[in-house]
Design a protein around this ligand. Structure first.
Ligand code: EPU
Length: 338
């Protein structure tokens, strides 16, 4: 365990916001966490849990104690004829886990390559990309209740995983710290290449024998070509969710905007591509000071160098207002704001 005071969080958030934490406690083992939580002095402290810092926009300094979760470790915990169960510490880097599994031929996560952040955030956000969501490979997770200081095991149904949503962002917000996640992977791969760009990229790469390694490579190429690398330009991936509207509204919009991009879902709902809506409002590549809208993917807001959280929020509000005015659709943030 490591305790630091008055520390800049700039290296710990991919948006690169230079806010300070009054106190940051870094834990690397579950036992260490329990010991610390049981110290009497901690009872009065309110905690802010920080993982990979890849889906958070800081707008101010943090008075709460920042608990930096760096619990490590990856192990096989069970094996069946067709499946293998991998348990990973919440502090393990997500992409390194994906590559660890791809290299061993354990299938299921390859479409989720290169998503920034750590294992602990994967169920929190129900991360997803290129036709696969975390819930497709999730088995269970362990979390510690911060007040009761007891370990709780959550099965898939307990997590209420939705589109970039879970109980940990909603009814249990701030109550649990996820310590490990167990994934159920396939020994015999089921390739997911239906998402448009993957097939094209595999063809461009000249792949003849499809493999999970090839899919991971294709996904990495696509992501690198569209999404800004946080080590170069601060960002937290998609800033907004793709909004869901009723099918009749979609038909009305289609009449006005024949190029509109939408995916028909069950129950007469349609998911619109927010990036398209934002681009049509003229924001793609926009920059004001150091706050901007990415030039290759309008859904991603960026910090070119020294933008403040408030400037990013102000830009996001202008974008929300213009999309509402042009299309009558309300965008919601996907990124967590502190
Ligand atoms: N589009 C535009 N202009 C833009 C951006 C997108 O017209 O500036 C259009 C594209 O041409 C395409 C459609 O919108 O027809 C969808 O774009 P894309 O495939 O890039 O995906 P997305 O819907 O914008 C979502 C996820 C991403 C994930 C990709 C790929 C959300 C909020 N975002 O983006 O996830 O990588 O699909 O599966 O669901 C993240 O959550 O941080 C994230 C990056």
């Amino acid at each position: 365990m490591n305790i630091q005071y008055n520390i800049s969080l700039r290296p710990f958030n991919t948006f690169g916001m230079d806010v300070h934490a009054r106190k940051m406690v870094t834990i690397e083992h579950e036992a260490e966490l329990l010991t610390w939580l049981n110290e009497s002095s901690v009872h009065d402290e309110t905690l802010f849990i920080l993982g990979g810092g890849s889906n958070i926009l800081f707008t101010r300094d943090i008075e709460d104690t920042v608990l930096h979760n760096k619990i490590a470790g990856v192990e096989v915990v069970n094996e069946e004829e067709d499946h293998i169960y991998i348990k990973a510490g919440a502090g393990v880097n997500w992409h390194s886990l994906v590559m660890h599994c791809v290299e061993r031929g354990w299938a299921g996560m390859e479409n989720l390559a290169l998503i920034p952040g750590n294992v602990g955030a994967s169920p929190m956000q129900n991360i997803g990309a290129y036709g696969v969501e975390l819930k497709d490979v999730f088995h269970e997770l362990e979390a510690i209740h911060l007040h009761q200081k007891e370990k709780v095991v959550f099965q898939l149904k307990d997590c209420e995983l939705g589109y970039r949503e879970s109980v940990f962002k909603n009814k249990y917000k701030g109550q649990f710290i996820i310590t490990s996640v167990t994934y159920k992977l396939n020994k015999k791969p089921v390739y997911q290449t239906g998402y448009g760009a993957i097939q094209q990229e595999l063809e461009r790469m000249g792949v003849k024998d499809l493999s999970i390694a090839a899919i991971a490579q294709a996904v990495m190429q696509i992501r690198r070509s569209k999404l800004p690398d946080p080590s170069q330009i601060g960002n937290a991936g998609s800033f907004f969710k793709n909004p869901e509207i009723e099918k009749y509204q979609y038909i009305q919009l289609q009449a006005l905007f024949p190029q509109i991009v939408g995916y028909v879902l069950a129950q007469d709902k349609v998911k619109l591509a927010a990036g398209w809506l934002i681009e049509q409002c003229g924001w793609k590549g926009f920059r004001k000071g150091d706050a901007g809208c990415h030039e290759k993917q309008a859904l991603v807001l960026v910090n070119h160098a020294h933008a403040q959280g408030a400037e990013i929020i102000a830009l996001s509000q202008e974008i929300i207002a213009s999309v509402k005015e042009k299309f009558g659709v309300r965008l919601e943030r996907e990124v967590n704001v502190y």
